[in-house]
Design a binder for this molecule. Structure first.
Ligand code: CP
Ligand code: NVA
Length: 295
């Protein structure tokens, strides 16, 4: 239970209803907006590094008239200096919302349970819902509608993959995942989202409207990088794999990209890539989410 039952947290995309998700995506496309955060602050806590999430979130808060305050791991030391729940109780008194990038998704749950203001997931071990909002926004801008489209996610069944499965199911997209054995997303989540998982990238990508990949070793798993390079051999999204997708298919990547590993330079820097628009859409999508929360 949240400290206040009326507080709306955003820990995974399906914390929104389908209607709410469509509203957020519509708000994200507005090019004028009310100053819904005027005179208020938003806390942004980071247990891990960030380029896109920190900068896009700070700027979205600023655009809405608010004051973003970023707190890095060593300043807060969540669950070591004091429990995450105590941090949430304290920050609830200062801020309109608190956003956090954490190692353990449970940290966000502990915060949401006691917070009097919305808690927003800026990436955890199991979900990256703000990324998925930007992913949908990017595809929506490109196609006009999302229902009935297909997307192939090639690589690690990680946080980004999970949120894509959830978001894709909500908007009626077919999400196909190709992962090596041992790196597929949780079968319970896959079943709940009607996802398809295969171990052959060519099968997943065949005729797909979009192809998506992410790093093979996520933040916190850097010590597994070499073992993962071997496990993911054959899972690089390169020109030959993209040629199997629909002729006008787009390529997405949440970034940072490792050219020569999960994606070839020719694909990420090539004509089908929409990764820069996707990165810029992190700001528009986050502004849409804040507009929905505070309008
Ligand atoms: N895509 C994304 O979340 O990037 P950062 O890790 O740089 O925030
Ligand atoms: N799966 C990656 C996403 C980075 C934005 C990670 O967790 O590091």
């Amino acid at each position: 239970m949240s400290a206040s039952a009326s507080v709306h947290h955003f820990l995974e995309v399906d914390d929104l209803s389908v209607d709410d998700l469509n509203t957020v995506l519509a708000l994200a496309q507005r090019r004028d907006w009310p100053q819904v955060l005027l005179g208020r602050g938003v806390a942004l806590l980071f247990e891990k590094p960030s380029l896109r999430t920190r900068n896009s979130s700070e700027m979205a808060v600023f655009e809405l008239g608010g004051h973003p305050v970023t707190l890095k791991a060593d300043e807060i030391d969540l669950d070591r200096r004091e429990p995450a729940a105590d941090v949430a109780r304290v920050l609830s008194g200062y801020y309109a919302a608190m956003c956090a990038r954490v190692f353990d998704h449970g940290t966000l749950r502990n915060m949401a349970e006691v917070a009097d203001v919305p808690v927003i997931n800026l990436l955890s071990d199991t979900a990256h819902p703000c990324q998925a909002l930007a992913d949908l926004l990017t595809l929506l801008e490109r196609w006009g509608t999302l229902e009935g489209r297909s997307i192939a996610y090639v690589g690690d069944g990680n946080n980004v993959c999970n949120s894509l499965l959830v978001a894709g199911a909500m908007v009626g997209m077919e999400v196909r995942v190709a992962s090596p054995a041992g790196f597929a997303p949780d079968p319970v989540l896959v079943a709940r989202t009607n996802g398809v998982v295969v171990d052959d990238p060519a099968v997943a990508v065949e005729g797909a409207d979009a192809v998506y990949t992410d790093v093979w070793a996520s933040m916190g798993k850097e010590d597994e990088a070499e073992a993962r390079r071997q496990a993911f051999a054959g899972f690089t999204v390169d020109e030959a794999l993209m040629a199997r997708a629909a002729p006008d298919a787009v390529f997405l990547h949440c970034l940072p990209a490792h050219r020569g590993e999960e994606v070839s330079a020719g694909v990420v820097d090539g004509p089908q890539s929409v990764v820069w628009r996707q990165a810029h859409n992190r700001m528009h999508a986050f502004r849409g989410l804040l507009l929905w929360l505070f309008s």
